[in-house]
Ligand binder design. Structure first.
Ligand SMILES: C[S@@+](CC[C@H](N)C(=O)[O-])C[C@H]1O[C@@H](n2cnc3c(N)ncnc32)[C@H](O)[C@@H]1O
Length: 287
């Protein structure tokens, strides 16, 4: 029988205010390597302070100094869930409703009419690296607007490696401020809290969107192979070139012929380099 390391880890005391609690260069390198192997996210030395800041708070909450916490993790003694907490702390989850809005115009005005020509009974859309769900619910709003008139059904899958954002995506509750990016007419898809400081996506849309934990570094993705539209925006930038290519190739195995791939605007080169046909700014069609 194994004893869990949490009971045996030597816990360095939390340093008092003013005591330096920074990682030795070697510890940071080892941690960065481990994070990159697992998530693909590069952590050059320029990110050291950011990583320390994000992990320090968590280490202190556990009653550990940052260095002791990282040594414990790197020794391989920490429970698996603890490494997920590091991933949660290190990922950058910046997102927004209607982020890079021309993509949603393209989806409604070009991609959907094209896809409907092929009479697909159910349009499948995957928001890979969905963060808090803002992207997936934006897609849901855009498709819901078209679905009535054009009589089609759709289903959306949102996946991410970070469990905290997935929990928010499932709750579908956002600060009312965040909702200012949503065009007026689409506010009918929002419920307001009594104090109007929060909004929640209406159940009719929530029902059409499902969320799951998925690491793009995994060898295979447990996702259907006939997805019509994939959004993979603003995540490849965190990976190195071979990882970007490998992830994109794996993802394309899930795109139905004639399907559309949306990358972040700053990532369009990655699609071009793979020989994909660009049919809009950072939008590609899979033949
Ligand atoms: C900057 S957000 C982009 C969110 C959204 N796609 C957008 O453009 O607004 C990047 C997301 O990628 C996720 N991510 C990073 N590495 C990942 C990996 N290996 N597998 C799955 N998701 C990952 C992060 O957790 C984060 O939520």
């Amino acid at each position: 029988m194994h004893f869990r390391a949490e009971h045996t880890a030597a816990r360095a005391p939390v340093p008092s205010k003013g005591t330096e609690d920074v990682l030795p260069a070697r510890t940071f390198e080892n941690l960065a390597r481990r994070v990159t192997e697992h998530t693909g996210i590069r952590l050059p030395v320029s990110k050291k302070q950011m990583v320390e800041g994000r992990l320090r708070k968590h280490a202190h909450a556990l009653g550990m100094a940052l260095t002791g916490y990282c040594d414990w993790l790197l020794a391989g003694d920490a429970p698996e869930a603890e490494f997920q907490r590091v991933v949660d702390a290190i990922t950058t989850n910046k997102t927004d409703f209607y982020r890079e809005p021309d993509h949603f115009e393209h989806l409604a005005g070009y991609a959907v009419p094209q896809l409907l020509k092929h009479q697909r009974p159910l349009l499948k859309v995957w928001s890979a690296a969905c963060s808090t769900g803002a992207e997936a619910y934006t897609i849901a709003m855009v498709l819901a607007e078209r679905a009535g008139a054009h009589r089609f059904r759709f289903a959306i899958l949102g996946t991410d490696i970070c469990t905290t954002v997935l929990a928010q995506a499932e709750r579908a509750i956002y600060d009312a401020d965040v909702a200012t990016a949503i065009p007026g007419p689409q506010h009918r898809y929002l419920l307001r809290s009594r104090k109007a400081d929060d909004v929640r996506i209406v159940p009719e849309l929530r029902r059409l969107v499902r969320f799951a934990h998925l690491n793009l570094m995994d060898g295979r993705y447990p996702v259907d192979r006939d997805v019509d539209v994939i959004f993979l925006r603003n995540v490849l930038i965190y990976f190195d070139k071979p990882t970007q290519t490998a992830v994109l190739r794996k993802l394309l195995r899930h795109l139905h012929p004639g399907g559309f791939l949306y990358l972040g605007h700053s990532e369009s080169m990655i699609g071009t380099e793979l020989g994909l046909k660009e049919v809009g700014p950072a939008v590609f069609r899979w033949k």
